[in-house]
Design a protein around this ligand. Sequence first.
Ligand SMILES: N[C@@H](CCC(=O)N[C@@H](CS)C(=O)NCC(=O)O)C(=O)O
Length: 73
Amino acid sequence: MKLYGFPGSPNTWKVLALAQHAGVPIELVLVDLTKGDQRQPAYLALNPTGRTPALVDGDFVLWESTAILQYVA
Ligand SMILES: N[C@@H](CCC(=O)N[C@@H](CS)C(=O)NCC(=O)O)C(=O)O
């Protein structure tokens, strides 16, 4: 699984915290909010809201951090 997010964001951090606590391996892919990466077409194709985080698990894409928490759990 890959988590597209920004480490300084609580919505990214809480997913990483749960994954670490639960022993679920997740690779963080940096979406640099300070550089506007969240508004680039490649990211908007994953998450049209332009907000982080977004989870990618194979062909499955999920956004909204609370939904991602439930999926990881
Ligand atoms: N309801 C969304 C909120 C996501 C959100 O607001 N993310 C912020 C970072 S904590 C963001 O990406 N902000 C960048 C922007 O709005 O341009 C969730 O829980 O995932």
